[in-house]
Write a protein that binds this ligand. Structure first.
Ligand code: DAH
Length: 328
C-alpha cells in the first residue's frame, strides 16, 4: 500500500488531485488516520511497534505530499509566467513635446539680463483704470491715445484694456519707494487694424530706474549695452532721437542701425517727468529716474528675422518647430 500511495502522490498531475489524496490518506477519516485510531485496541507491546511504523509512514506521506505540492506549484507558476507574458518590446508612439513660444523666450531672456543689473520684476492687470493708464502718467484727457480708435473700453465701466505697460510704473512706485530698479513685462491692447506689423494685442517691457543723481547718461549707457547684448552685435550703433512722451522729459526714441545702414526705431525712453514722480509721492528734487518701454514683438521680429507679426499668434504648432525653444 505504501508503495502505491507514494506512486499516486508523485504522479498527481494537479493540486486538486493531490489534495484529494491528502484527504483520502490523512484527512479526518483518512486511511492512515483510521490506522492510528486502531492503535488503542492493541496491546502495549504491539501498540509501540505498530505506532512507530504508522507514524513513520505518515511522516513519509506528508513529506511526499509537500514535495509534490511544491513541484506542482512551481509548474503552475512557470505556466502562468509563460502564458501571461506581456510584450513590451513595441516602441511607444511619439508624444508631441511642447516648446516655449519665442515671445516668452525673449521676455525671459530680457528679464534675466536686467535681473543681473538689480532690476526686480513687477506685474499689473490687463484691465486698468484710466487714472493709472493715462492721468497719473501725465496723459491729459484730450490726448489722442485716449480716443476710442486706440483704446478698448470695458463695457459699462470706466476701465479699459491697458494700452501700455507704463501704468505698472505708477502701481509699483506707489507701493515701493526708491531707490528702485524694475521691469514690468506684459500684454497690452490697442484697437489697431490687423496687418503684418500690427495686432490688437502685443507685448511690452517697461523699465524704470529711480535713484538719487540718475541722469540721461545712465539711460544711454543702459540701453546701448542692452541692445548690443540683445542683438549680439557688440559694436551696434544707437541713435537717440528727441521725441515726446507725456510721462518723460526729456524724451527720446531709440533707433538701431540695421541692414544697409538703415535706422529702425525700437523703443521709447526718457527721464521720468517730475509730475509722474509727484503722482507717486516721490520728491523729484531728491530722486531722479529714467524709464523706457520696448515692444517685445518688434524686438523678436528683428532678432529672428520674422516679417509678419501675425505668425506669433495664429496657433500653428508647426511654427514652434522653426522658432520654439527646447522642451517646456
Ligand atoms: N508707453 C509708451 C508707448 O506705449 C512707451 C514708452 C515710452 C514707455 C517712453 C516709457 C518711456 O517708459 O519712458 O508708446
Amino acid at each position: 500500500m505504501q508503495e502505491q500511495w507514494l506512486q499516486q502522490i508523485q504522479t498527481a498531475s494537479n493540486l486538486a488531485e493531490l489534495d484529494d489524496l491528502r484527504v483520502h490518506l490523512l484527512g479526518k477519516n483518512g486511511v492512515i488516520t483510521q490506522q492510528l485510531k486502531t492503535l488503542g485496541t492493541l496491546s502495549p507491546e504491539e501498540r509501540k511497534t505498530k505506532g512507530a511504523e504508522i507514524n513513520a509512514l505518515k511522516d513519509e506521506i506528508v513529506l511526499a505530499i509537500d514535495k509534490q505540492k511544491e513541484t506542482l506549484e512551481n509548474q503552475a507558476l512557470e505556466q502562468r509566467l509563460s502564458s501571461e507574458k506581456i510584450d513590451i518590446s513595441l516602441s511607444a508612439r511619439p508624444e508631441p513635446v511642447g516648446k516655449i513660444h519665442l515671445i516668452s523666450k525673449v521676455i525671459q531672456d530680457i528679464t534675466q539680463y536686467f535681473s543681473q543689473l538689480g532690476f526686480q520684476i513687477f506685474d499689473g492687470p490687463h484691465i486698468e483704470t484710466q487714472e493709472l493708464n493715462f492721468d497719473a502718467l501725465n496723459i491729459p484727457a484730450h490726448h489722442p491715445a485716449r480716443q476710442s480708435h486706440d483704446t478698448f473700453y470695458v463695457k459699462e465701466s470706466d476701465d479699459i484694456l491697458r494700452t501700455q505697460t507704463s501704468p505698472v510704473q505708477i502701481r509699483t512706485l506707489r507701493e515701493h519707494k526708491p531707490p528702485i530698479r524694475f521691469l514690468a513685462p506684459g500684454r497690452v491692447f490697442r484697437s489697431d487694424d490687423l496687418d503684418a506689423t500690427h495686432t490688437p494685442m502685443f507685448h511690452q517691457i517697461e523699465g524704470v530706474v529711480i535713484e538719487e543723481g540718475i541722469h540721461f547718461g545712465h539711460l544711454k549707457g543702459t540701453l546701448i549695452d542692452f541692445c548690443r547684448w540683445f542683438f549680439e552685435k557688440p559694436d551696434m550703433n544707437l541713435r537717440f532721437r528727441p521725441s515726446f512722451f507725456p510721462f518723460t522729459e526729456p524724451s527720446a526714441e531709440v533707433d538701431i542701425s540695421w541692414k544697409n545702414d538703415k535706422w529702425l526705431e525700437v523703443l521709447g525712453c526718457g527721464m521720468i517727468h517730475p509730475t509722474v514722480l509727484r503722482n507717486c509721492g516721490i520728491d523729484p528734487d531728491q530722486f531722479q529716474g529714467f524709464a523706457f518701454g520696448m515692444g517685445v514683438d518688434r524686438f523678436t521680429m528683428l532678432k529672428y528675422g520674422i516679417d509678419d507679426i501675425r505668425s506669433f499668434y495664429n496657433g500653428d504648432t508647426r511654427w514652434l518647430d522653426l522658432y520654439g525653444f527646447g522642451a517646456l
